[in-house]
Design a protein around this ligand. Structure first.
Ligand code: FES
Length: 143
């Protein structure tokens, strides 16, 4: 697999590493550690796999094997063109248009019934993110 260029100096990567470093170094924490990176980065770059392998003290190949077995873990960089921004009234009032303009080619969808969390963005795995800002998108796009 071709590794996408990934900035290991980003604040979000350091946040994920800090969160993982607080997990006990046991095999049972392999999946939770991967989920932390997935949640914060929206994918698992090679650097995250290597960090988890080092923390849990497992071979990188074994961590890859586990990561490939879970559909909710994404080993490929998210393609923002496969994301969607809700353009319902609440999201529009909360800045969805600004998000759509910021990204440019993001698809627009109707209300996702999470209006209290507006503006809402949906990733290719249909996970919803609320109160998304352009700073969030900027961080996600540079990964
Ligand atoms: S308007 Fe976006 S979730 Fe309802």
């Amino acid at each position: 697999m071709k590794e996408e260029v990934f900035d290991t100096t980003s604040a979000v990567f350091h946040d994920a590493k800090n969160a993982v470093s607080e997990l006990p170094k046991t095999r049972e924490n392999l999946l939770p550690a991967l989920e932390i990176f997935q949640q914060k980065l929206h994918w698992l770059p090679e650097a995250s796999i290597e960090y988890v392998a080092g923390h849990i003290m497992l071979p990188v190949s074994e961590v890859y094997a586990i990561a490939t077995g879970y559909s909710e873990l994404n080993l490929l960089k998210p393609d923002i063109t496969q994301w969607h921004v809700c353009m319902g009234v609440a999201c529009d009032l909360a800045g969805a248009s600004e998000l759509a303009t910021f990204v440019g080619d993001i698809k627009q969808i109707d209300c996702q019934f999470l209006c209290a969390l507006a503006p809402v963005v949906v990733d290719p795995h249909e996970q919803l993110y609320g109160r998304v800002t352009t700073d969030n998108l900027r961080e996600w796009l540079k990964k």
